[in-house]
Design a protein around this ligand. Structure first.
Ligand SMILES: [Fe+2]
Ligand SMILES: [Fe+2]
Length: 244
């Protein structure tokens, strides 16, 4: 069932609790009463169409965008991507780390293999941090510059050589898949580690890993299937303009 403007926001969350972090990324706070999605977005200064496209594609992987995410400004997409990065590094990763530490404390003598999970996750955190830093330091400023030039319909020499040197498609070909490693980690815990005595905590770690993987997947789709093609089309237009 698609999320529509007239649905009550509370009902949307009752049916799709995995949207809770997504809604927070839009700076929308709980306590909706009976307000509809459209009312909540208006009160929180959120672009309704963008909210609908993001939430619908999040809950349904087969969702076909109604109004094409491509119509939204790059700056709006970048703002959302940044919020998501922040959620990973400041909330999700520390939460999983805390649970891993709890298991380690509880199982010290009986399950020394669990430290494998800790090492694996520390490496993963570093990899994800590097991935995010690179996007925020290089890719986001670049795509905003491309959008600003496309709006003005102007390209100068320096931007021209920037595109020639490293275009968004170069980034696309190097954009690595950070979700895959999480699958490996779940696999280790489910299949190969000795049974965990603190099974409640182990299950929480697994559930959080499943959720993080789903969220990262949606995030990568937004980068690969929406942002990159949109910027590539703008680059192409700008390059043609330079020749003219
Ligand atoms: Fe990202
Ligand atoms: Fe990425």
């Amino acid at each position: 069932m698609n999320i529509t403007p007239d649905m009550k926001m509370a009902d949307v969350l009752f049916h799709n609790y995995t949207l809770l972090p997504v809604v927070s990324r839009f700076n929308i706070k709980l306590g909706f009463g009976d307000k509809t999605v459209s009312e909540v977005c208006r009160n929180s200064d959120v672009n309704l169409d963008f909210f609908l496209e993001i939430t619908n594609s999040y809950v349904d992987e087969d969702y076909i965008p109604q109004k094409e995410l491509n119509t939204f400004p790059v700056s709006l997409i970048v703002q959302y991507l940044k919020k998501t990065h922040q959620y990973y590094l400041e909330e999700k990763i520390p939460e999983i780390e805390r649970n891993i530490q709890r298991v380690l404390d509880a199982e010290k003598t009986i399950n020394d293999k669990f430290s494998l999970v800790e090492n694996f996750f520390t490496e993963y955190k570093q990899e994800l941090t590097n991935h995010i830093n690179r996007e925020e330091a290089n890719v986001h400023p670049y795509v905003l510059e491309i959008e600003a030039a496309a709006i003005k319909n102007e390209i100068n020499k320096s931007l021209h050589s920037k595109i020639r040197k490293y275009s968004i498609n170069d980034f696309a070909s190097e954009h690595d898949n950070v979700e895959e490693k999480l699958f490996d980690l779940k696999n280790i815990i489910i299949k190969y580690l000795p049974p965990c005595n603190s099974s409640g905590l182990c299950n929480s770690i697994l559930i959080e890993l499943f959720r993080l993987e789903k969220d990262l997947n949606a995030h990568a789709n937004l980068e690969d299937k929406v942002l990159i093609p949109k910027v590539a089309a703008m680059e192409e237009k700008l390059l043609a303009l330079y020749k003219a």
